[in-house]
Design a protein around this ligand. Sequence first.
Ligand SMILES: *Cc1c(COP(=O)(O)O)cnc(C)c1O
Length: 510
Amino acid sequence: MTAEKMDITENNAMTDTNHGLHYEENLLWEKERTDHPGVDLPEPANTPLRTGTPARADIGLPQVSEPQALRHFVRMSTWNYSIDHGFFPLGSCTMKHNPRLNEKMARLPGFAAIHPLQPESTVQGALALMYELQNWLGELTGLPGVCLSPAAGAHGELAGVMTIARAHDLNGQTQRKIILTPDSSHGTNPATAATCGFDVRSIPTKDTGTLTIEAFKEALYKTDPKGADIAGMMVTNPNTCGLFEKDIAAIADLLHEAGGYFYMDGANFNALVGKIRPADFGVDVMHINLHKTFSTPHGGGGPGSGPICCTPELAKYMPVPTVIKHAESYALETETDRPESLGCLKGFHGQFGMHVRALAYMMSHGADGLKQVSEDAVLNANYILRELENDFHAPYAHQGPCMHEALLTDKIQKESGVQTLDMAKALIEKGFHPMTVYFPLVLAGTMLIEPTETESKDSLDRFITAMKEIAAEAREAEAEERFHTYPQTTPRRRLDEVKAARNPVLRWKD
Ligand SMILES: *Cc1c(COP(=O)(O)O)cnc(C)c1O
């Protein structure tokens, strides 16, 4: 393949060479030499095939040697930036260190080598572990009905909103068609509500960054004076602006009076763990991202896990299975045990390896350690906010401390033509993974920074210095042109993202 053919890499010659230990990597097909077979020896002449005819068809695998194949994949693996490389300030995602102890526990043969189809009597230890995790999550949230099976946060949202829908259905409340959600909510919230057949009504929060009782009431009673058409609300707390919803208990009371259920998006639970239980401010059902709050790996590091926790009232309707305890043994409950359940949402019982990791994390921290986690996460975010609030527009900083993430925008820099995207690319040039950009959507050019508790003051200071340098550079002459050239020293320069999205080159050969 030539550089011209791969549109998005114009200016980047595709050569299989390295510069300063930055490896270029061609496709395996481009490396192959058909005159040099890979690991297969040539067929000996005049020997009949012992496997009979027809001979294996050529399926087009490239002919490369074992070292070539190994280097190819190892080099590509080094292109991934990860939490083990350095600071990962993505807001809303809680990219914290994954303690190696968790990994060690998950690899114990008694956990790693069991099979979901084994008889329950042979996996009592694993079931006991899941039961223990259910108890910890129930205790930390104040919501004792726990189902571990959802495979990610978004899947937990689906499970939780289906639980709400099931409760309304079985209680003859099918006229409840509307789910309320603030305009700062994560896209998965309205998407989940719509997927479950609800209409989504958005509540404006832009001016304050948080829900106000007035705005909430207006949305609640908009089409029915008693709110009898409201199924529930979906709220992230602390919200996606990094602020605690201070009127949330009063809002939950109003919602409950109208007969709706409160779904909390628990992605930001890292800021609350051990300090406050969501049940105490009125939550009926929430999901927990084990891969955010409880330190299990994200994405490529392993599957996600998004358990849900609910009130005893809603627990009858949530998905099966959960682990139940009989006098002497543990079992996975079935739909026969709990006929009101909405059914099974996931093969077997969920991502067991993540359950092991999350429980190892909780038990190694203990109740006091988990509390310290949220305090340190909030402290770190406020340190960043206060250090940067004079260099960047910090829309809600005047209201007081933030929770575990700091929100900035590009309002000041935009006056000289430098936008959030440019600053994110400049951060890459300075050796940092960018923060979450252009989210939440309530304001223009947002930058959401979540340091987590696992970053040292030293690493926060280096990030703050890089951000201050970027702000200073944005004030210089011709800043706009200069920022458009970033990043300059990465293996790939600025990509034409619009072109890549509109005209993706998805095939190697036409
Ligand atoms: C991450 C996140 C989700 C979705 O969780 P996944 O595990 O990625 O599916 C939902 N809401 C918020 C606020 C999030 O940050």
